[in-house]
Design a protein around this ligand. Structure first.
Ligand code: AMP
Length: 429
């Protein structure tokens, strides 16, 4: 007989993480908090595929961006079509907006999304290869109030998640009318520094000079670079001033950052990033977004203005952890009902239904198991309480509720048991 070789255990793919039960609760509560905020701002959910044609991102995000140059997970299906795990949400939503003619009935449409994104980045704290983004897209409103609403929405969400000490950095990067002139000025400036630039920035200088300003290596060297705000057309200048006015009256904590640009090509006019105060490093943005008036047309739709943002769930969780670490230790939960004998088993099955209907996690042992083995099972499964029900308990009409953590015990009249459990659980949650 062939000898079986011991199997090496496998590991998750590089930069990808399991979200274990101790943490998945936190994702779920962030998601439900987000849904409430989005609903209050009148956004409805859109869910688009996790994979899209790779060409979508190449056309939308831009060939000379980090994402398209080196971070896309591209694979070929059996028909030799190039598909890509989505690196961000906007391009897919714009594709869906055009494909499903979503602007037809109501030309102004507001969507939110929650879901995993994938980028083949070098894994480090706050930078993962799979991460969850929560974001919004607002189509059909070119007015500054829509830019401001997006920023106010991002701010409200982050506050709702429990982070209060945050700062929003805002800038405008102009539009196709005024940006080319600015790019000429910027190019001339970068030319003057050419010998001082990293290899990427030297390429960007020719292909996409704006991106040099958010280069991970060189950004600090550009403190004296020309500012976009000094080279805006009249329409962009008025738009930007109005966005800032809206933010002031909404009392959003913002600061202008004249050299802020975004790593994706599709942005026009307003761009913004949200940071936790004191953590404005290049890996620290909690959320980012801006206006992208040309993208719908660029992807084959009618010209429709739009503005949106995306927030990184893991970045927010990291911040919350830093503020008050949450123990990853597993805690006991739920009730384990222990029937002793056939009559008790009948009673336990009915009780089990009632306790579960009350929303309390509950299990029971089997009629033919000894008390000892059921107690052991309750302990191994991590139950918080157990209730032993045998002939004596049925006769007296009182059940003993035992806390398996503190080992304390309390006798409870049988028809009060569900209510007592409900009270204990509602205190906790
Ligand atoms: P972006 O789509 O690059 O504008 O990013 C928007 C937000 O998504 C960032 O502010 C981060 O919070 C989050 N994010 C982007 N890339 C990553 C990543 N590799 N790992 C974790 N979060 C990320």
């Amino acid at each position: 007989m062939e000898e079986k070789k011991p199997q090496e255990p496998l590991q998750a793919a590089r930069g990808m993480h399991d979200i274990l039960p101790s943490r998945s609760d936190r994702y779920a509560s962030m998601e439900s908090a987000a849904r409430k905020v989005f609903s209050a701002f009148n956004y409805t959910e859109i869910r688009t595929p996790v994979m899209e044609p790779a060409e979508l991102y190449e056309r939308a995000i831009g060939e000379t961006t980090d994402i398209v140059e080196k971070e896309m997970f591209v694979l070929k299906d059996r028909g030799d079509r190039r598909l890509c795990l989505r690196p961000e949400g906007t391009a897919g939503i714009v594709r869906a907006y055009i494909e499903n003619n979503l602007g037809h009935e109501f030309p102004i449409a507001k969507f939110f999304y929650i879901g995993p994104m994938f980028r083949a980045e070098r894994p480090q704290k706050g930078r993962y290869r799979e991460f969850v983004q929560i974001g919004s897209e607002y189509f059909g409103n070119e007015r500054p109030a829509a830019d401001a609403e997006t920023i106010i929405l991002a701010h409200s969400l982050i506050k709702k998640f429990g982070l209060s000490d945050i700062q929003i950095l805002v800038n405008t990067i102009g539009c196709p009318a005024c940006r080319p002139k600015y790019l000429e000025v910027l190019k001339a400036y970068l030319e003057g520094k050419k010998n001082d630039l990293c290899e990427n920035c030297r390429t960007r200088l020719v292909k996409n000079p704006l991106r040099a300003l958010d280069c991970k290596e060189d950004a600090d060297k550009f403190g004296d670079a020309p500012k976009t705000v000094d080279h805006l057309c009249e329409a962009c200048r008025t738009h930007y001033a109005s966005v800032l006015e809206h933010l002031k009256s909404a009392q959003v904590p913002f600061a202008e950052r004249p050299r802020l640009v975004r790593g994706l090509d599709y942005y026009t006019r307003t761009v913004f990033e949200v940071y936790s105060t004191g953590n404005t490093g290049s890996q620290g943005a909690l959320a980012a977004g801006g206006r992208y008036d040309g993208l719908v047309e660029q992807l084959g739709g009618n010209p429709v203005p739009a503005v949106g943002f995306a927030l990184g769930v893991e970045r927010v969780l990291n911040e919350l952890d830093a503020a008050s670490p949450v123990s990853d230790a597993k805690s006991r939960r739920g009730v384990f009902l222990i029937p002793l004998g056939a009559p008790a088993y009948e009673v336990v099955q009915k009780l089990l239904i009632q306790v579960r209907e009350a929303g309390i996690p509950a299990e029971s042992g089997a009629a033919d198991q000894s008390i000892k083995s059921q107690m052991r099972l309750a302990d191994r499964i991590g139950a918080e309480y157990c209730v032993i029900i045998g002939d004596n308990e049925l006769a007296s009409g009182e059940f003993a509720l035992k806390n398996l953590e503190s080992k304390s015990q309390q006798n409870i009249p049988k028809d009060k048991l569900v209510q007592v459990l409900v009270d204990r659980y509602s205190v906790k949650s």
